[in-house]
Write a protein that binds this ligand. Structure first.
Ligand SMILES: [Zn+2]
Length: 372
């Protein structure tokens, strides 16, 4: 059985959403729109009190559409967008939505929100039996997953959660994303006149360069990467630099490989410093944990079967990027990310095919109806 969605209403909702500015930290206007739409569709809507932690002008939006029976399934998307994302003017050409000016489109992640709103409207109108639908719309996803991190999800533990936030195609289920860590290494050498007495100095820049040269960077194996992101230091051409700061990150789907990569970076830094008279202070941060579900996991199977039922080539994928799914997994939800079909995200060429927006909406509707 398949239930019809209202394609025109879905497109109109998406176009409304992308025209409401919502850079990270300023999601209040889009939250108000979503609150109105979801309330009108029969949901109970709350804004949580995370704004004090995230610094955003609104909390996360948490909504619920009551269903039959005790089952509850969550769908999630994020309300914020990256820059340049203000004054977005969408245009539709040959079935594809783009931004007409020098902005992103904001399909990431308004496409997820539009699909969720349409699903709820259809469920409410159809009077079909369905589980309770939980909706989590986060703030600050693009800012280190701030909103999801600040969300109190203790009441949602063990519940399935489908996060609509991936460039994969609808029907592709992202079952894994990497653990992510970052570091900041502050090298301290000794300043001296570069022309008069360079031998009295210790160049923090040269030592940092030696450390970086000794690191393995880029793709280290199929599921592990490392990168130096920034380097800064020194004060003038005629001074041996007494300070240099290097920042970087590393990721792996496997926690053990993440730890090994961090250890190798640490060794490269310490070896470069040893015996030079310089010192180094390294601050490590685990930004977010990874997740990896088996293809046979009931939540993955639910999504794959729903995809097949509506004629999509269902398959699993893993990603190298982080999303709210990482955080929700850590908080005990059974979370996966769904491919949405959004293209070229975080760039001026971002686009969304109307057909993919419709397919995504049909898919989550099918998941909701199949969940029992
Ligand atoms: Zn996103």
């Amino acid at each position: 059985m398949s239930v019809a969605i209202d394609s025109q209403r879905l497109l109109a909702t998406f176009l409304d959403l992308v025209q409401i500015d919502s850079p990270s930290g300023h999601e209040a206007a889009v939250a108000a729109y979503c609150r109105g739409a979801l309330t009108a569709a029969g949901c109970v809507v709350e804004i949580d009190d995370s704004a004090a932690i995230t610094g955003s002008d609104t909390g996360n939006l948490i909504a619920e559409l009551g269903g039959d029976g005790a089952e509850k399934v969550f769908f999630s998307a994020h309300m914020d967008t990256v820059s340049p994302g203000e004054g977005i003017k969408p245009v539709v050409e040959q079935g594809v939505i783009r931004a007409s000016g020098d902005t992103i489109l904001g399909a990431d992640d308004k496409v997820g929100i539009a699909a969720i709103i349409e699903m709820v409207r259809v469920l409410q109108e159809s009077q079909l039996s369905h589980p309770t639908i939980g909706i989590l719309l986060s703030v600050g996803e693009e800012k280190n997953l701030l909103g999801a991190n600040a969300m109190d999800a203790s009441g949602f533990c063990g519940q399935p959660c489908f996060v609509l936030d991936s460039e994969n195609q609808p029907g592709e289920v992202v079952v894994g994303a990497p653990f992510h860590s970052s570091f900041k290494a502050t090298f301290t050498g000794k300043a001296a006149h570069a022309g008069v007495c360079p031998e009295k100095g210790v160049s923090a820049i040269a030592i940092a360069a030696a450390a970086i040269s000794a690191m393995q960077l880029g793709r280290l194996d199929e599921v592990t990467t490392a990168n130096i992101g920034t380097i800064s230091g020194g004060s003038a051409d005629n001074v041996v630099a007494d300070s240099c700061i290097v920042t970087g990150e590393f990721r792996s789907l496997h926690e053990q490989r993440l730890n090994e990569t961090g250890a190798a970076i640490s060794t490269a830094i310490q070896t470069a410093v040893a015996g030079t008279g310089a010192s180094v202070d390294v601050v490590w941060e685990e930004s977010y944990p990874g997740f990896l579900l088996d293809e046979g996991h009931p939540i993955v199977q639910l999504a794959l079967k729903a995809a097949k039922r509506i004629g999509l080539p269902a398959q699993v994928a893993v990603t190298g990027g982080g999303s709210d799914t990482n955080v929700f997994s850590k908080k005990g939800l059974q979370a996966v990310t769904l491919g949405t079909g959004m293209k070229g995200i975080h760039g001026l060429g971002e686009s969304m095919a109307i057909a993919d927006l419709e397919t995504l909406t049909r898919l989550i509707l099918q998941i909701a109806l199949d969940y029992r």
